[in-house]
Write a protein that binds this ligand. Structure first.
Ligand code: PHE
Length: 371
């Protein structure tokens, strides 16, 4: 019996001294494994006389249990200590400043498009879009510019090579890069019918390049079709939009008779500006001394032939449309003077004129607020 007690004492001492889980596992094998010393004692029970077994059996079982408990207890303590150590080593200091990392910025054209969507959403306009690779019918014909129409020449169009129908040899309509966003008027009327209240921002293409013209630029189209729409609705809409966009109440609009094949009558809208230390600042009447007018956008009442082309009855449905250069609006609002720099991808320009992704335009904050 004393042997059992000293064996237990020896085992407890070694278990307490074990440095790690591997050492502990070695001890488990040494005592309780198949060839282990305690297991060996258990095996002797079978050969004992019943009396001896009665006396020694419980003692050996108790020894086995004591060693097993000591091993489990030590293992639990070791694992807890190991977890503590890991937690202590892996601390994250969330109060540290964010690392200096390269940041992207929102291009002014994207920002202005977001501003436009926000302003027009408030007036009940949805955002529509159409393909940049267009066919002649949507870009010209349906907009009252038949094949021989001289206005087609005004557009410096990029055409794709004409496709010829193989068996017949008949030339198919040429595809082109849309020269304006006006084909979206046609697509929207044809796909959703009337009434319509949309803006359509997007890229347009013309073969033209200097400080104020790039072969690709951006327009936003506006279209309202409903019953009883007249020029007064157009004027109010443009004025409300421009005041919200430039965040000035003193924006003055001048409507000038003009010509577009797809509007009748057509009006060009000019805004008054003042010269302040050589820079044009929008606001006030262009007729005051030291002031002038700047051409800003084309618009008009949708020509009834366009409404007919879109399978709507022009005696029931009328409307107005307008088209503005988005890049132009951005230049005026944020003070860039060379359009070509918009599309150079120069990071210094982007860092200077770009917006933080957190500068979401909202009407309540003033659509152009910079953080
Ligand atoms: N599509 C015309 C242009 O690009 C602008 C415009 C749009 C004019 C809608 C009238 C109505 O020049």
């Amino acid at each position: 019996m004393d042997d059992y007690a000293s064996l237990e004492k020896q085992a407890r001492g070694r278990i307490a001294a074990a440095g790690d889980l591997a050492a502990l596992e070695a001890l488990r094998v040494q005592y309780l494994g198949k060839q282990g010393s305690v297991s060996g004692l258990l095996k002797t029970l079978g050969a004992m006389a019943p009396d001896e077994r009665q006396a020694k059996g419980p003692a050996i079982q108790a020894l086995r249990q004591a060693v097993a408990d000591a091993l489990a207890e030590r293992k639990e303590a070791m694992e807890a200590a190991e977890l503590e150590a890991r937690l202590a080593a892996e601390t994250l200091d969330l109060s540290l400043p964010a690392p200096e990392a390269p940041k992207g910025s929102v291009h002014p054209v994207s920002q202005v498009m977001d501003e436009l969507a926000e302003i027009f959403a408030d007036m009940g306009f949805a955002v529509a879009s159409g393909p940049e690779i267009e066919d002649e019918w949507h870009n010209f014909t349906a907009l009252n510019m038949p094949e021989s129409h001289p206005a087609r020449a005004m557009h410096d169009t990029f055409y794709f090579p004409a496709e010829v129908d193989e068996p017949s040899g008949i030339e198919m309509g040429r595809m082109l890069l849309r020269t304006h966003t006006s084909p979206v008027q046609v697509r929207t009327m044809m796909s959703q019918g009337a009434p319509v209240r949309i803006i359509a921002p997007g890229r347009v293409y013309r073969s033209d390049s200097d400080a104020t013209h790039t072969p690709m630029f951006h327009q936003v189209e506006g279209l309202v079709i409903d019953r009883g729409i007249h020029l007064g609705h157009l004027k109010w809409t443009l004025e409300t939009f421009l005041k919200a966009f430039f965040e000035r109440e003193d924006i003055v609009l001048r409507l000038r008779p003009s010509y577009f094949p797809f509007t009748e009558p057509s009006v060009e809208a000019d805004v008054g500006f003042a010269l302040e230390s050589g820079r044009r600042v929008l606001g006030g009447s262009g007729d005051e001394p030291g002031h002038g007018w700047m051409e800003l956008l084309g618009s008009g009442m949708v020509n009834r032939r366009v409404i007919e082309s879109c399978n709507l009855d022009p005696d029931e449905w009328q409307g107005f449309a307008f088209g503005v250069g988005v890049d132009r609006l951005a230049m005026l609002k944020y003070g860039m003077d060379d359009l070509r720099a918009f599309f150079d991808g120069d990071v210094r320009w982007l860092r200077h004129y770009g917006f933080s992704p957190f500068d979401q335009p909202t009407l309540s904050a003033g659509v152009g607020a910079r953080a």
